[in-house]
Design a protein around this ligand. Structure first.
Ligand code: F6R
Length: 251
């Protein structure tokens, strides 16, 4: 079936902290409209400021996350949730442990599962039963979303993937303990991501500008997996000026 192409909403913010403000406000609005909202969450360096603001909003009594259900996008294979380089650890450190999220409503991928393929199936089925009210995404320098690397199909589902050398190199700088980025991960697929009711993509810095341009300007194609977001009717790109630098005047 041919997909309809949609133009995303694009917000270009002068300073990167304004991206954090806008994204955290959008998340807070969703949760205040539906106390038991389903949130799809990302890791990486870009959302850290967003999570800082969510923690502050909770401290200030502006929002409660106690009924929210969360689903993370991805996890490195081989790492238990207690490992400082796991995405589970990141989420507890930056968000869950600083707010009132209910541990029973937090859904994370078990990176240390003995059978990663079976874990991908378990998590994918759980994810597919929910429809996220809001999916928060970052974007890789190579255009990946989640760990759907270039070559990933729009129909892709939750699965074990090998990480590209460029992704492993980009993520190297965020490692706390490991010397090298793991070679493989479990990721939600692009088709899973597209199930969300609404999607926010945040990007900061000039290293993301080319991937952002391809994702927004090119026809959807698997060399830039984020370009498949054009198939979704409610995508809001929140960009700092550097990440938006190649979009041209009309954006
Ligand atoms: C993280 C994820 C990745 C990151 C992307 C950008 O859960 O799924 O797609 O969003 O690699 O990472 P940063 O924000 O570190 O540049």
């Amino acid at each position: 079936m041919p997909h309809t192409l949609h133009d995303p909403r694009i917000s270009i913010l002068a300073r990167n902290i304004e991206v954090d403000d806008l994204a955290s406000q959008a998340i807070t609005d969703v949760v205040n409209a539906r106390a038991d909202a389903r949130l799809g969450l990302a890791t990486g360096s870009t959302p850290i400021g967003v999570y800082d603001r969510l923690a502050a909003a909770w401290r200030d009594g502006k929002v409660s996350f106690s009924q929210v259900h969360t689903f993370n996008l991805d996890e490195y294979c081989g790492l238990p949730s207690t490992h400082p380089d796991s995405f589970a650890f990141y989420m507890w450190h930056h968000l869950f442990g600083r707010t009132d999220f209910d541990p029973g409503k937090i859904n994370l991928i078990a990176g240390d599962a003995a059978d990663p393929t079976a874990e991908a199936r378990r998590y994918g089925e759980r994810f597919a039963r929910q429809k996220c009210d809001l999916q928060l995404l970052g974007i890789g320098e190579n255009g990946h979303i989640g760990f759907n690397e270039p070559g990933s199909p729009a129909e892709g589902r939750t699965r074990v993937v090998r990480l590209e050398p460029s992704t492993r190199a980009a993520n190297q700088k965020t490692l706390r303990v490991l010397k090298e980025t793991p070679e493989s991960a479990i990721t939600i697929g692009i088709a899973d991501i597209l199930q969300a009711k609404s999607i926010i993509v945040i990007a900061k810095g000039p290293a993301k500008a080319e991937a952002v341009r391809k994702a927004i300007k090119d026809r959807p194609n698997s060399t830039c997996p984020a370009s498949f977001l054009r198939y979704h009717p409610d995508v809001h790109w929140m960009l700092d000026a550097d990440a938006a630098g190649l979009l041209g005047a009309q954006a």
